[in-house]
Design a protein around this ligand. Structure first.
Ligand code: FAD
Length: 381
């Protein structure tokens, strides 16, 4: 399928593909097994300037948009979604600053992220506040020139590894979601610690940790937007980053499809390659159809966002839901096509099946995305 990418988008995609095929594919199994954080790969992405593709030129980036970010995530995910998510979570931490940061905040943080000198993270979820994010309990109290943060965050991608964290905390309990604010917290701030690292089913190269705030002193100039706008900042950020989850899902699905197709051509049973059996052919055809449909929805959504459209919540949720469901189905089918070899770690598809699952869960589980889409389409009636 020709998606009519611009010349620069083709170059970005080609470069990310080269890194994915020539470097990531060689370490993906080891990093997954041993839970190694891919700092070397992130350094390579920085060296090749892929870390700045979605950051405006005036802040040291390439000046691309969500589509450029997704092209990188998709290609990296073809070989390892755990490594790709370490890159994508930096974008998740960078977007609130790009969208709501003051000029000083943008100048201070974005060039470092663009150059790959700093890794970012986004800390919203808590043990008792997952889908119901407005019930977070971490508090931020104003004290002179500082806000004092207290509370715990759970499941934070790049936890412990990131240098810059966008952290959501309650500044006015009486106001519900309108009492939540967002802060930029730097690694090393007094009272800020990294807690337990999760032992995950998939995306095991990524770091997912608890964050602990004990009287953490955050300078008042690190408030993002105004007090009470944290919930909006989180939702508007997700509108731009859920396509990144879709890109990750499509990359995983594409990787699994390529492995299954190659295997099916080579594997002989009953004197014939598996590709000669119609049951297998139809699975492969469905994989192709669903990947292209998911990609078409993703790229259209990205183009809509990058064109400056005002509202793209349902499109962003739709591409995340569709692509992640497709990735789950395709990776399960890829294991099926490869039989016993699909089920063992000598081949990468069992990892892809484990990696795919989280795309249906994080950045808002798919049930929540369907709730969002339904409320938007009913509102439009
Ligand atoms: C590997 C990983 C990395 C993550 N990284 C980050 C990160 O960087 N930053 C961050 O802030 N968070 C992060 N998260 C958290 C993630 O966004 C949440 O796990 C997710 O939003 C779901 O919340 P929960 O796990 O508490 O599930 P719950 O909210 O407890 O939901 C459990 C199930 O119930 C369903 N459900 C809940 N409410 C409803 C409803 N109203 N209607 C229908 N179904 C419902 C959900 O869809 C889900 O299937 C990460 C999670 C994981 C697993």
């Amino acid at each position: 399928m020709d998606y009519f990418l611009t010349d620069s988008q083709k170059i970005i995609k080609r470069l990310a593909k080269k890194i994915s095929d020539e470097v990531i594919s060689k370490v993906a199994g080891k990093y997954d097994k041993e839970g190694i954080f891919p700092r070397d790969i992130l350094d390579l992405l920085a060296y090749t300037e892929l870390t700045g593709v979605y950051i405006p030129k005036e802040y040291g980036g390439f000046g691309g948009g969500v589509l450029e970010m997704c092209l990188v995530v998709e290609e990296l995910s073809r070989n390892c979604a755990g490594i790709a998510v370490s890159y994508a979570a930096t974008a998740l931490g960078a977007y609130p600053i790009m969208l709501y940061g003051t000029e000083n905040q943008k100048k201070k943080y974005l060039p470092k992220i663009a150059k790959g000198e700093a890794i970012a993270a986004f800390a919203l979820t808590e043990a008792d506040a997952g889908s119901d994010v407005s019930s977070i309990k971490t508090v931020a109290e104003k004290d002179g020139d500082f806000y004092i943060l207290n509370g715990n965050k759970h499941w934070i991608t790049n936890g412990g590894e990131a240098d810059i964290y966008v952290v959501f905390a309650v500044t006015d309990k009486s106001k519900g979601p309108r009492g939540i604010s967002a802060f930029i917290v730097e690694k090393g701030y007094e009272g800020f610690y990294c807690g337990k690292k999760e032992d995950k089913m998939g995306i095991r190269a990524s770091s997912t940790t608890e964050l602990i705030f004990e009287n953490c002193k955050v300078p008042k100039e690190n408030l993002l937007g105004r007090e009470g706008t944290g919930f909006i900042i989180a939702m508007k950020t997700f509108d731009r980053t859920r396509p990144g989850v879709a890109a990750m899902a499509i990359g995983i699905a594409q990787g699994a499809y390529e492995h299954a197709l190659r295997y099916a051509k080579e594997r002989i049973q009953f004197g014939q390659p598996l590709t000669s059996f119609q049951a297998i052919q139809h699975m492969l055809a469905d994989m192709y159809i669903n990947i292209e449909a998911a990609r078409a929805l993703l790229y259209s959504t990205c183009r809509m966002i990058d064109s400056g459209a005002k509202d793209y919540t349902k499109e962003s949720s739709a591409c995340k839901v569709f692509a992640s469901d497709v990735a789950m189905k395709i990776t399960i089918d890829a294991v099926q096509i490869m039989g016993g070899n699909g089920y063992v770690k000598d081949y990468p598809v069992e990892k892809m099946m484990r990696d795919a699952k989280v795309t249906q869960i994080f950045e808002g589980a798919n049930q929540i995305q369907r709730n969002i889409i339904a409320s938007e389409i009913v509102k439009e009636l």
